[in-house]
Design a protein around this ligand. Structure first.
Ligand code: SF4
Ligand code: ZN
Length: 309
């Protein structure tokens, strides 16, 4: 089969949702255009801005970092090492190799240095699943580093965003649907945030990495087993396989309506600075992360005292 765009080279990938068979070069241009269009349409950032790309070592975030560099943006990668053994070490090694291979600088913070312990240690001491702290801690440290830049971008894909909308629809969670948007303005201690991959699927980021020779961490987080978001993502993919393109239309129509009509605008909560670190919070006194730190220290001291007795 010949490429549907250039009609000369052999098609190396078939994009079922769009009925397009493309050669390598036209596929890479297709993905770049999708990203450029999302950046322009939602006014995410401009060439003069310094962009921090939150990376996990997986295909989506590394593809995004590579894509933005190729589009001549001023990018730096940021990896928060959660200390999950051996996944964090393996992912970090992939990131260091990537940084060297493509000449892209990355910042690496270790959670046990910037916070107080690794994620598994926090879960163990607090006797709760580590995942229940993960999102709060990542958001906090991405934001803290992001304040040194003009914008923080994440590798959320079409699959992630459609699954998130699906989950919010199933609960009719208007509050989350009100907040779901590919760009959030900087305000009151929060860095500007954007998601340039919203119209690129995971199949496309994997193919992008393959065609560009990007070696990524493939195994994912070992703590992810059984997460409901994974179940919904799979279900959406099954639907998309039977009705090609439905995932793209589902998300695009929602975002277009929001963009044009301010569909379900977010209700702004009252924010005040955390008494300990200054991070904006709706709580009185300490922010969520400083509360986790305080509880962790109390629990750890309790465990140490019990062991001494
Ligand atoms: Fe964090 Fe997800 Fe891993 Fe849980 S599964 S620890 S939420 S990255
Ligand atoms: Zn705080």
């Amino acid at each position: 089969m010949k490429c549907k765009l250039c009609r000369t080279k052999k098609a190396e990938i078939f994009l079922k949702p769009y009925g397009l068979g493309l050669c390598r070069d036209d596929f890479l241009s297709f993905v770049k255009r999708r990203v450029e269009r999302a950046i322009d349409k939602f006014k995410m950032f401009e060439e003069k801005h310094r962009v921090l790309v939150a990376i996990s070592g997986g295909k989506d975030s590394l593809a995004l970092l590579h894509l933005l560099k190729g589009l001549s943006y001023d990018v730096t990668g940021y990896f928060l090492d959660l200390g999950i053994f051996p996944a964090s070490q393996e992912a970090k090694q992939r990131i260091l190799n990537f940084s060297k291979d493509f000449g892209i600088s990355v910042i690496i913070d270790r959670l046990d240095e910037v916070f107080v312990a690794t994620l598994p240690e926090i879960g163990k001491i607090m006797k709760r699943p580590p995942c229940s702290y993960c999102g709060t801690l990542k958001r906090y440290f991405f934001n803290r580093r992001g304040m040194e830049f003009d914008v923080v971008v994440t590798g959320h894909t079409l699959n992630d965003e459609a699954a998130s909308l699906f989950a919010n629809n199933l609960r009719w969670d208007f509050s989350y649907m009100g907040r779901q948007y590919p760009v959030l303005e900087e305000e009151r201690g929060f860095a500007r945030k954007a998601k340039p991959l919203i119209f690129v699927s995971e199949k496309e980021t994997a193919a992008y990495c393959f065609f560009c020779g990007i070696e990524y961490y493939e195994k994912g987080c070992p703590l992810a087993k059984g997460a409901s978001s994974i179940f919904l993502k799979r279900k959406l993919l099954e639907i998309d396989d039977k009705r090609p393109g439905v995932m793209y239309t589902y998300l695009k129509e929602f975002l277009d309506r929001k963009r044009k009509q301010g569909f379900m605008p977010e209700e702004k909560a009252d924010m005040r600075p955390c008494e300990e670190c200054g991070y904006p919070t709706t709580a009185q006194g300490l922010c969520a992360v400083c509360r986790i730190r305080r509880r962790f220290v109390q629990h750890a001291e309790g465990v140490a005292n019990n062991e001494r007795m």
